[in-house]
Design a binder for this molecule. Structure first.
Ligand SMILES: *Cc1c(COP(=O)(O)O)cnc(C)c1O
Length: 391
């Protein structure tokens, strides 16, 4: 196993785990203070390390296997995903690299795997890849009774809650219990919630997997992914896959993501506040047929979400009358930027139907609340709506 030793010059010493999550986020993965050393060591930009003699016990050897900058980030994420526990975290070059690593290393020919049919749009092609490799793929909605029935005979159950972009939620404890009873592993895509919004490992999941590209990094300048799990046995096949495929993050990306964790609690709190304010605003518009936000008390997901989520995230989805209205509104917005992805400090929105991969109406918009002032965002959406009404 690479990157876990304490005695290298760059090794982060595990700091005491404070109770407050803000304090924990600010200090996550950082070394103990040492006179004249930087509080956060810079990115270690190297492809290889000085390596005399037998490499078996070397903490770092080659840049595809480990790097002190990853180690620090992986520890930081571990401290947030499962505070006070010793979990294994593996950083990847993107969320898809992390997702593929779990699914392709843990699902074998003849195995049955359960995938949501309303989750991230690349789960479709990934399911086709698994089928081509001899697996049986069951695709079921995140919300509803099919999911519980589908776990029977499965080797692995993949969950995405809240789902992107429909924002449905499943009861993680209930599904995990049923899946484990049936002998299946459970992996949860925790991208939307972030570890400050939901801790899948504490809710019983075997793997918590996420794209760090979104709210975790939050600045829209990095692609990154990770897998968190308890124990080397669960981590080993995923680690091997990362090495074979070489889906490793650059040290600079890992460093930028780690630096961003210091503000994660501030960002997610403000984003949640803005998302709720926008969801309430959109709820009152005559043009909007459906608004979804798990933090909205009247949302169909709210009750389950409140039981397992600590925060409800930054994504709001809503349905406008048609493609034309949605495009006119998005085109007229001045603060809300038209862009894909979500979780960043700047508010963005897009008509998901433009990609063709999600089963959504033409007027369906996914909005990601940033950290601007809610009043400005509401004013911007109102002027954009008025402009869209004029045609
Ligand atoms: C964006 C996203 C991914 C993919 O992450 P990348 O970093 O873009 O590869 C996976 N799952 C969810 C829920 C996402 O939103």
């Amino acid at each position: 196993m690479s990157g876990t030793t304490e005695d290298t010059p760059y090794a982060a010493t595990r700091a005491p785990q404070p109770a407050g999550e803000g304090t924990r986020a600010v200090h996550a993965g950082l070394p103990e203070s040492e006179p004249y050393a930087p509080p956060m060591p810079g990115p270690v930009l190297t492809s290889h390390f000085h390596l005399p003699g037998d490499p078996a016990d070397a903490p770092y050897t080659y840049g595809r296997d480990g790097n002190p900058t990853w180690t620090a980030l992986e520890r930081a994420i571990g401290e947030l995903e499962a505070p006070g526990e010793d979990v294994e975290v593996l950083a990847f070059s993107s969320g898809m690299a992390a997702i593929s690593a779990v699914l392709l290393s843990r699902v074998h020919p003849g195995d049955t795997v359960v995938l949501p049919d309303d989750g991230y749009n690349l789960l479709g092609p990934l399911g086709e890849q698994l089928t081509a490799q001899g697996a049986h793929v069951r695709r079921v909605p995140t919300h509803g009774p099919e999911l519980l029935a589908a776990v029977e005979g499965a080797a692995l159950v993949w969950l995405e809650t809240p789902s992107n972009p429909g924002l449905d939620v499943c009861d993680l404890r209930e599904v995990v219990e049923a899946a484990h009873r049936a002998g299946a592993l459970v992996a949860v895509d925790n991208t939307l919630a972030t570890p400050l919004g939901q801790r899948p490992l504490e809710l019983g999941a075997d793997y918590s997997v996420a794209s760090g590209t979104k709210a975790l990094n939050g600045h829209g300048d990095v692609l990154l992914g990770y897998v968190a799990c308890r124990g080397g046995e669960l981590a080993a096949p995923v680690r091997r896959w990362r090495k074979l495929v070489g889906a490793v993050p650059g040290p600079m990306e890992a460093w930028l993501a780690h630096r961003s964790l210091a503000t994660l609690h501030l960002r997610v709190a403000r984003q949640q506040e803005n998302a709720l304010a926008l969801a309430r605003e959109l709820h009152d518009w005559p043009e909007v047929s459906v608004v979804r936000y798990p933090g909205l008390p009247e949302d169909p997901s709210h009750e389950v979400a409140a039981r397992q989520m600590r925060r409800y995230g930054c994504v709001v989805s809503f349905t406008l009358p048609d493609l034309g209205f949605a495009e006119r509104l998005l085109g007229a917005a001045r603060i809300v930027e038209s862009a894909t992805s979500f979780g960043g400090v700047r508010t963005t929105a897009e008509r998901r139907g433009r990609w063709g991969g999600d089963d959504v109406p033409d007027g369906f918009v996914r909005l990601s609340a940033g950290v601007e002032d809610a009043a400005d965002l509401i004013a911007d959406l109102r002027q954009a709506r008025d402009s869209a009404r004029e045609g």
